[in-house]
Design a protein around this ligand. Structure first.
Ligand SMILES: Nc1ncnc2c1ncn2[C@@H]1O[C@H](COP(=O)(O)OP(=O)(O)O)[C@@H](O)[C@H]1O
Ligand SMILES: [Mg+2]
Length: 334
C-alpha cells in the first residue's frame, strides 16, 4: 500500500482502562504499552474510513487486514492489492473483478463482500471478518475437526457453490485454504480471484494458477473445466478434512497427477478414517469420479452430508472439546 499522508491526530482507546491515547506519532502496526495501565496495544493504520489493525493473511498479490469500520465500529476484513502490483492494475479492474463476482452471491456459505473500491490509489475489498482463519491453517495446526463438524461445513460450502452457480459463477479454486472459519464456527468459501461467469457451456480457466492437489482431471488435461471441476475440488477438500491428507499423491508432473486420478489411486476414506459412514465414503468416491458428469449434484452432496451430520449428532464430546480448543485458537496471533 503506498505510504499515505501522515496519520493526523490518531486517537486510540485502551481496551482495558479506556484511556484515550494520541498515537499520531507512532508507526502504524507498532506495539506499545498503555501509559495508564500497561496493556499491550497496537497502533492502527488509517485507510479511508477503516482502521487497519493487524495483518491476518497474505496471498500472491494481496494482504488481508483485520480492521474496524470507523463509521459503525464493525469488525471487518480488508483485502488490499500490494503496492508492487498497483502499477500493473492502475484502475484496479483486475483486482476488483473478484469482488464484483463475489458480490453477486448472497449465501451463508459464501464470505460476504461488504464494499470495494480504491483508496489512496490502492484497490481494496472489504469482507465480513472470519476470525478463525482458513481450514488449511486449522489442519496445519493439528486441529483435525470432528467428522460431523466437517459434514456441516462442506454442506454449507456446497450450498454456497450452488448459489454461485445459480447466477452463473464457477469458483475454480475450491480448497481448505479458501474456506474461512468464523468465531461462531461457521465455514464460508472466499477468494473469487479465479472465478468466472459462465460464458457458453464451458467455463475456461488457466491451469497455471490452480493448486494441483485440488485440480480436477479435466483441468489437468485441458486447462478447462466446468462447475463439475469445483465438485471434484470439493471432494478432495472433504477427504482432506476428514483424514488430514489429500487423497492423491501430488508429486510429479501433471501427466502423473492425471494418471493417478484416472486409476483412482487413493485409499478410500473409510479405510483411512474408520469413523467415516459408508454413505460419505461413497459420496467422496463419486465426487472424485474421473468423468465430470458422473459426479453428484450439489443437492445430492448436501443431502448425504446433512444426513450424516444428523446421525453423528452435533453435541458429541469430541465436538465440545473441539469447540473449546477452537476458542483458544488464535490463527492471527494476539
Ligand atoms: N474475510 C476474511 N476474514 C479473515 N481472514 C481473511 C479473510 N479473507 C482472507 N483472510 C485471510 O487471508 C488469507 C488470504 O486470503 P485470500 O482471499 O484467499 O487471498 P489470496 O487471493 O491471496 O489467496 C486467507 O487464507 C485468510 O487467512
Ligand atoms: Mg486464497
Amino acid at each position: 500500500m503506498p505510504e499515505q499522508e501522515k496519520q493526523h491526530a490518531l486517537k486510540l482507546e485502551c481496551g482495558q482502562c479506556r484511556a484515550k491515547l494520541d498515537v499520531s506519532l507512532l508507526d502504524p502496526f507498532s506495539i506499545f504499552d498503555c501509559p495508564s495501565c500497561g496493556q499491550r496495544l497496537r497502533v492502527p493504520k488509517v485507510f479511508g474510513h477503516y482502521l487497519l489493525e493487524k495483518e491476518c493473511g497474505a496471498g500472491g498479490m494481496s494482504t488481508v487486514y483485520r480492521a474496524t469500520d470507523k463509521n459503525n465500529g464493525m469488525l471487518v476484513a480488508v483485502k488490499v492489492l500490494r503496492e508492487e502490483f498497483i502499477s500493473d492494475d492502475p484502475d484496479g479492474a483486475n483486482f476488483l473483478r473478484a469482488a464484483h463476482i463475489a458480490e453477486k452471491v448472497s449465501n451463508p456459505g459464501i464470505v460476504a463482500v461488504l464494499e470495494c473500491g480504491i483508496c489512496n490509489r490502492t484497490p481494496y475489498t472489504t469482507m465480513e471478518y472470519m476470525g478463525k482463519g482458513s481450514l488449511e491453517a486449522l489442519l496445519k495446526n493439528d486441529m483435525l475437526p470432528p467428522s460431523s463438524q466437517v459434514f456441516n461445513w462442506i454442506s454449507a460450502v456446497a450450498g454456497g457453490l450452488q448459489a454461485a452457480l445459480n447466477v452463473g459463477i464457477v469458483h475454480h479454486d475450491v480448497k481448505p485454504g479458501n474456506m474461512l472459519l468464523s468465531d461462531e464456527c461457521a465455514v464460508k468459501l472466499s477468494d473469487f480471484d479465479l472465478a468466472d461467469l459462465r460464458v457458453g457451456s464451458l467455463s475456461k480457466t488457466s491451469l497455471g494458477w490452480a493448486s494441483p492437489a485440488y485440480a480436477s482431471p479435466e483441468r489437468l488435461n485441458t486447462g478447462e473445466e466446468d462447475y463439475y471441476g469445483d465438485i471434484f475440488s470439493l471432494g478432495v477438500s472433504l477427504y482432506e478434512l476428514l483424514s488430514g491428507h489429500c487423497p492423491y499423491n501430488n508429486k510429479g508432473d501433471s501427466q502423473q497427477l492425471l494418471d493417478r486420478r484416472r486409476n483412482h489411486e487413493y485409499f478410500r476414506l473409510m479405510e483411512v478414517n474408520s469413523e467415516t459412514p459408508l454413505a460419505v465414503s461413497d459420496l467422496v468416491d463419486q465426487m472424485l469420479d474421473y468423468a465430470p458428469i458422473m459426479r453428484p449434484s450439489y443437492a445430492d452432496i448436501i443431502r448425504v452430508l446433512n444426513t450424516a451430520a444428523g446421525t453423528a449428532g452435533t453435541m458429541t464430546t469430541r465436538n465440545l472439546t473441539f469447540r473449546e480448543k477452537l476458542k483458544r485458537f488464535l490463527p492471527f496471533g494476539d
